[in-house]
Design a protein around this ligand. Structure first.
Ligand SMILES: C[S@@+](CC[C@H](N)C(=O)[O-])C[C@H]1O[C@@H](n2cnc3c(N)ncnc32)[C@H](O)[C@@H]1O
Length: 232
């Protein structure tokens, strides 16, 4: 049901695939062992789920096969990276990488990223990534997109003042859909100075697997900041 406050409001449900091709014996084994060790439990004290060396927590929703998550975790050992991905094969691919690279600042949730966000306390997240989310291009499916006004309310609540929200898409209709909402939301300001800022990735933003496949068209990269103060 839509509400006047939240025109995008809808009953939350996880859309998309959980299961795909059968996992290999090694992948299935890693889900039992390594995912058990690195599992993130949605809750009010995210820092407590990381080693003491971790000083702040970032979240990536829909990490796919996890290349971007691994890069960020390796570059920022003082940051705890939480990754959410319900697709089992994506999780299995990331677990295979983590078995080789061994990063102690990654925690993983095989499910809906919004469950993590809803459980976080206010101003607890240092950065949020939503990179090439499922585009749901048909108009009647737009309500299934992850980035909704009510999700932006939640993200404005959990992001620290000044914290970045990074979004990328190559879908021609998701881009205006996301921009319209981000620009209208009082909690966020666009950090772009000019076209170069949304046409190319900054140096600390490696390409994802999906981006490399260039599936739908040219990608756009958005960096927004959580405003220090939100006007009433
Ligand atoms: C198009 S893929 C992009 C994957 C990756 N970010 C990349 O760029 O390669 C979108 C991913 O988002 C995941 N996803 C969809 N809804 C999600 C949700 N509510 N929480 C977490 N992940 C989600 C899907 O399973 C899928 O793997």
């Amino acid at each position: 049901m839509d509400t006047p406050d939240h025109p995008d409001s809808h009953r939350r449900k996880l859309y998309g695939r959980r299961k795909g091709p059968k996992l290999s014996a090694r992948q299935a084994g890693l889900r039992q062992t390594l995912l058990g060790e690195l599992a993130y439990t949605p809750g009010p004290d995210p820092l407590s789920q990381f080693p003491n060396s971790v000083q702040e927590v970032w979240l990536e929703v829909g990490f796919g096969a996890g290349e971007h998550l691994v890069w960020q975790a390796a570059q920022h050992p003082q940051v705890g990276l939480i990754g959410a991905e319900p697709y089992q094969m994506g999780m299995a691919k990331l677990l295979t990488k983590l078995e080789e690279i061994q990063l102690n600042n990654v925690r993983l949730y095989e499910g809906d990223g919004s469950e993590i966000i809803q459980a976080l306390p206010d101003a607890s997240l240092g950065r949020f990534f939503l990179l090439f989310p499922d585009p749901w291009p048909k108009t009647r499916h737009h309500k299934r997109r992850f980035l909704q006004m009510e999700m932006l309310d939640s993200l404005a609540r959990v992001l620290k003042p000044g914290a970045e929200l990074r979004f990328a898409t190559d879908d021609k209709s998701y881009l205006p859909y996301a921009l319209e909402r981000l620009m209208a939301h009082p909690g966020f300001e666009w950090l772009a100075q000019g076209p170069a800022d949304w046409k190319s990735r900054p140096a600390d933003w490696p390409p994802t697997r999906y981006e490399t496949k260039a599936i739908r068209g040219l990608p756009t990269f958005l960096r927004f900041a959580r405003r220090a103060k939100i006007a009433a």
